[in-house]
Design a protein around this ligand. Structure first.
Ligand SMILES: [Zn+2]
Length: 148
């Protein structure tokens, strides 16, 4: 997706959890704890993959995309299908996406990655793309302007 930015990859954390599991330091009940909400989101909005569950190895993983952001209003925190994201990215300035992998067989679940989407990403580094940026960004811009 063209406007995807600030990607945070959680595969290292996931591998660490799997290592802990293999070593017997955590039990499957600790990591296979998908809530009914998460499993419903996986069923109705999930993106099927051809990757096997690392725990039970009998089901394929499903990816769930959760969206967060002030502009989403009451939709914040909801799951969206992958095909809905580009549409949102064209209509909203900025929102956060959290991708969670879920196994509907054994309830394994883990955060895969997070990133930002939205029209702000299209502007690149151009200045003057709006005034209501996130606090840090806004402060940076004000500082730059103050230096002029
Ligand atoms: Zn599984």
């Amino acid at each position: 997706m063209r406007t995807q930015r600030q990607v945070v990859d959680y595969s290292l954390q996931k591998r660490a959890v799997l290592r802990e599991l293999l070593a017997g330091r955590v039990g499957t009940y600790d990591v296979c704890d998908a809530s009914p909400y998460l499993k419903n989101a996986a069923r109705f909005h999930g993106e099927p993959t051809d990757r096997r569950c690392p725990i039970c190895r009998s089901e394929n993983l499903t990816l769930v995309h959760y969206i967060y952001g002030d502009e989403l209003k009451q939709s914040a925190g909801q799951a969206r299908t992958l095909t809905e994201l580009p549409v949102l990215a064209m209509t909203l300035r900025e929102f956060q996406v959290f991708v969670v992998e879920v196994c509907l067989g054994c309830d394994w679940n883990h955060l895969v990655e997070q990133y930002l989407l939205g029209r702000d990403g299209l502007a690149g580094d151009n200045e003057g793309t709006g005034e209501q940026d996130v606090a840090a960004e806004g402060a940076g811009r004000r500082r730059r302007e103050a230096q002029r």
